[in-house]
Design a protein around this ligand. Structure first.
Ligand code: ADP
Length: 955
């Protein structure tokens, strides 16, 4: 990362440098341009000056020459030797010569003789004319100051000169510049000498013009920066003035040469600007190229850095590898002398490098060296190009190591042996490990050979690729090699076997199946485990469990027998409790009735004791019966809707009196959710709560506390757990006895010294009920400090709108005497037992009902057919025809379909109730029949009857 930043920085720096250079070059170029153009301007000005001066001088020389020619003409005129005719002829020749010598200068030549005048002129067509002349000669040219006169011997020669025209022609040879101009100044008169400019075109600024005129008047030459007006506007320029004389003809004339400033510098601009521009471009190009190449360079450098890093990493890794490998590298020549060996030789072989080198000298006697050389010769003779072998080496320090040699033999192009390049590594650790592996493999083999199980090894498709069978089993031998698992077992077990095999392969978990083989020697049972051996192989271990099976079978039989015995015991208990309940029924019924008679206080107290004893005896019988039912698997769960919290509170209320007596504090903590409506078997839950709270109150001494809590916990959807716990500050239970509490008939105190009453069945029943309802009973206790009993049961939440009419408030009526007046019904009682009959009669009398009697089912049937009863109270167990059968028969009569029949029985099993309802009974009362429950039932059926009547009435 650091290098990358540096590279970027240098790249930026270079670019900045480039930009700076470009600006520098531009600045240099501009100043260079100005310097050059200034110099150029000056030299052009000098040139302009020179040209003007030269033109003026040469003009003067020319005019001087002209004057000399005129002098010679005059000389000719004075020559007296010539006759008239020749003279005239020669004069013409000389005149023409002069005219021709100064083209454009002479317009006319007049010659006045004393007696006559002639003139010479050149026509427009270049014909030289000589003609006599009359009149005034000079007037035409005087204005132009272009007159030159010479007098001699009475002759007068006058030259009419065109000085402007001559000068114009003369200065044409002086090159200025296409845009320059030339003027002739004579006095105030400016004559344009430039053919390309019309006279009107240029107007110099007046101040400069007058300065020029002043200089001319003083005979001073000069150079002027000025401006003038042309058609295209105001122009800056440089003007050079050179004063001169046209000989004697005219003085104070001046030549004016001028050039526009722009023109003066224009060439410079073109030449240098382009040069500058091209140079700048070149420079830019160079810089861009430079930047690009720099960037490429940087990239290349980065790449190089990466490469070199990779290489060095690789090198390090290799070094590490070699170190890790614990090896060294060596070279030897064709004579077997070591030429190079890496430093690690010291670490590996334990002898210094020079000792190692010496050991390979031609006359070496070292046994390992001789051995190595022997191997090289061997390889050479068999035309093998490498050596690969291991051997044990004893280091000078006595340590024995295992080394591995790998050597590549090297040959030149002609195939001659050149030497060898080898690696020697210390493989002691691996060697030892492999030795151990061999040992453990041998051990494994021994184990395998001693395993009685049949072992098969398969490929992943289930084809047998190996096996181990201790004992000969037909079909499980060499012949199974290559066969598929699907044919190793009887066809009917094939599918399940393949399934287990595939599942084991897929999940990697052992799959166990039990298999039965019918062999000639008899039926054999195997437990076969399938599991993956590695990625490509599966294994099965088939264990012969025939003897175990036989033993299990025996055990099963024994267990069945035990179960049978237990069932028999439960049934015995159930029957016995039933048998006890029947007389108890009578007893308690009579006590109820007795209570209603006039009794003195003593009698009342005795009756109270009898009643309590009867009730607790009934409780014991009920417990035994419940437990027997559970043991016999006959306990059923009857779900109903209700609010767990309300049910709990009702149960707790039952203990308030007792708690008050013992000065116990009962605290409750109830989850608000428990006040919602749930569906469960509340009777069973109440039974458990009753037992736990009862125990807590029973085993907590005066002034203690009982804490009861209830909580509802959601499991999923509408499924909940109801968690209830009862905690007391009572006597506690020794820790080691806690697990036994739920055993039937178990009590902490031994029976002989018992200070608490009870059967020892409560917790046993509670535990089984809770478990039956999907929960568990947890007991914790500290001896002397208190106990806590918690249980959980499954609940189902009930949607509130599904509830209407389900929950009816309990009828709190207490006084049922004479209820027959309020709820008149015609009754039939079918009962064979005299005691029961007597009891029922007493009860019904109390309620104010009279009734008909039947002593068996058949009688009842006949009476029902004959009479029109509202309600039949039918004992289930009766001679001749039992209650169930009689009910069935009654129901067969169409008119008796709606007659209310209530079964009466000491059988409390749900099954019995079910049977009763199936036979067609509307309800069921268990003996001992208590007055209140009988009254409530009669009231219920009275209401039903009237409901039916209303609904039967056509509206
Ligand atoms: P029991 O009818 O004898 O109460 P249980 O099965 O309900 O039968 O209880 C068995 C025994 O467990 C009791 O006799 C008593 O020794 C012990 N036990 C039950 N609950 C408590 C408690 N809250 N504190 C102390 N001991 C208890």
């Amino acid at each position: 990362m650091g290098t990358k930043k540096e590279n970027n920085l240098s790249f930026l720096l270079t670019t900045a440098l480039g930009v700076f250079l470009v600006f520098l070059v531009i600045a240099l170029g501009v100043s260079f341009y100005f310097a050059i153009s200034g110099a150029q301007l000056d030299s052009r000005k000098v040139f302009l000056n020179k040209q003007t001066e030269l033109a003026g001088r040469e003009l003067e020389v020319e005019i001087e020459r002209f004057e000399e020619d005129v002098e010679s003409l005059m000389g000719f005129l004075e020559d007296e030797d010539l006759d008239e005719e020749d003279y005239r002829k020669d004069l013409t020749t000389v005149a023409r010569k002069v005219v021709n010598n100064y083209p454009g200068l002479i317009d006319t030549i007049w010659v006045s003789f004393p007696d006559s005048s002639i003139f010479f002129t050149m026509t427009d067509r270049n014909d030289f004319l000589r003609q006599p002349f009359y009149g005034d000669v000079k007037s035409k040219y005087l204005e132009n100051a272009g007159v030159y006169e010479k007098n001699s011997h009475g002759m007068e020669v006058v030259f009419g000169l065109n000085l402007g025209g001559f000068t114009k022609q003369f200065v044409e040879n002086y090159y200025l510049n296409s845009e320059g101009g030339k003027f002739l100044l004579i006095g105030n008169q400016l004559t344009n000498l430039t053919p390309s400019i019309s006279n009107e075109e240029i107007r110099f600024d007046e101040s400069t013009l007058s300065a020029i005129k002043n200089d001319v008047a003083l005979g001073l030459k000069g150079m002027y920066e000025l401006n003038w007006t042309t058609e295209s506007g105001l122009v800056d320029g440089v003007l050079v003035q050179y004063p001169f004389d046209f000989g004697e003809i005219l003085e104070n004339a001046s030549l004016l040469f001028f050039i526009e400033t722009e023109q003066l510098s224009s060439g410079v601009y073109n030449t240098y600007l382009w040069l500058f521009f091209v140079l700048t471009l070149l420079l830019l190009g160079t810089i861009v190229f430079f930047i690009f190449s720099l960037r490429n360079n940087l990239n290349a450098q980065k790449q190089l850095e990466r490469n070199s890093k990779e290489i060095s990493e690789l090198f390090d890794q290799q070094n590490l590898l070699l170190k890790e490998l614990k090896g060294f590298v060596y070279f030897h020549n064709h004579k077997g002398e070591i030429t190079r060996v890496s430093d690690e030789v010291v670490d590996i072989l334990g002898s210094p490098k020079d000792v190692f080198l010496k050991a390979f000298s031609p006359d070496s006697t070292h046994k390992d060296v001789i051995n190595l050389k022997k191997r090289v010769y061997q390889a050479l003779s068999t035309k093998t190009s490498f050596l690969d072998f291991e051997y044990d080496y004893v280091r000078p320090d006595g340590k024995k190591i295992r080394v591995k040699i790998f050597e590549k033999l090297v040959f030149d192009e002609l195939g001659r042996f050149n030497g060898g390049l080898g690696i020697c590594t210390d493989i002691t650790v691996q060697f030892q490990a492999s030795q151990q592996l061999i040992v453990s493999e041998n051990r494994l083999r021994t184990v395998l050979e001693n395993i009685p199980d049949v072992i098969f090894i398969y490929d992943n498709l289930g084809n047998v690729i190996g096996f181990h069978v201790k004992e000969k089993i037909p079909g499980w031998d060499e012949s199974s090699l290559g066969k598929n698992i699907s044919i190793l077992l009887p066809p009917d077990q094939k599918e399940e076997t393949i399934q287990a095999f595939d599942l084991a392969r897929k999940t990697g978990k052992i799959q166990t199946v039990n298999r039965k083989l019918d062999l000639p020697t008899g039926t054999r049972y195997f437990e076969i485990r399938y599991f993956p051996l590695d990625e490509n192989r599966m294994m099965s271990l088939a264990k012969d469990i025939t003897s175990q099976k036989i033993w299990e079978k025996g055990l099963m039989e024994a267990m069945d027998a035990a179960d049978e015995a237990s069932r028999a015991k439960s049934e015995f208990l159930a029957n016995m409790s039933h048998e006890i309940r029947t007389p108890m029924n009578g007893l308690l019924g009579i006590i109820d009735l007795l209570e209603l008679t006039d009794l003195d206080p003593d009698q009342k107290q005795y009756l109270e004791i009898i009643k309590n004893s009867g009730n607790s005896l009934l409780g014991i019988i009920k417990d035994i019966l419940d437990y027997s039912k559970i043991e016999a698997g006959k306990m059923e769960i009857n779900n109903a809707s209700g609010k767990p919290a309300e049910e709990l509170e009702k149960q707790i209320q039952l203990f308030y009196g007792l708690a008050q007596k013992k000065h116990l504090k009962i605290n409750t903590e109830i989850d608000p959710q428990a006040f919602e409506v749930f569906e469960t078997d509340f009777d069973k839950i109440n039974q458990v709560i009753l037992n736990l709270v009862g125990n807590a109150v029973k085993f907590t001494p005066m002034g203690g506390t009982v804490d009861i809590s209830m909580e509802v916990e959601k499991i999923e959807d509408d499924l909940y757990y109801l968690k209830t716990s009862v905690k007391d500050s009572g006597i506690g239970i020794p820790e080691e006895l806690i697990p036994s509490l739920t055993d039937p008939f178990f009590q902490v105190e031994s029976s002989s010294t018992r200070s608490f009453q009870g059967t020892g069945l409560g917790l046993a029943i509670a535990k089984r009920i809770v478990e039956l309802m999907g929960g568990e009973l947890v007991i914790s206790s500290v001896l002397g400090e208190g106990s806590m009993f918690s249980f959980s049961v499954l609940l189902k939440k009930v949607k509130v709108d599904a509830l209407s009419g389900v929950l009816k408030s309990a009828d709190e009526r207490v006084n049922w005497f004479g209820m027959a007046k309020e709820y008149p019904l015609k009754l039939l009682l079918a009962e064979d037992n005299d005691l029961n009959l007597q009891l029922m009669k007493l009860m019904l009398d109390q309620l104010g009902y009279s009734f008909d009697e039947a002593r068996n089912g058949l009688e009842a049937l006949e009476m029902v057919i004959k009479n029109d009863y509202d309600l039949v109270l039918m004992d289930v167990q009766m001679p001749v025809m039992n209650g169930l059968e009689a009910t069935k028969k009654i129901r067969e009569k169409p008119s008796k379909k709606k007659l209310f029949i209530i079964g009466l029985s000491a059988n409390v099993f749900d099954e019995d109730q079910k049977k009763a309802l199936e036979s067609g009974m509307d309800d069921y009362l268990t003996k001992p029949i208590r007055l209140i429950s009988l009254a409530k039932k009669i009231e219920l059926f009275y209401h039903r009857k009237h409901q039916n009547q209303y609904s039967e009435k056509p509206s």
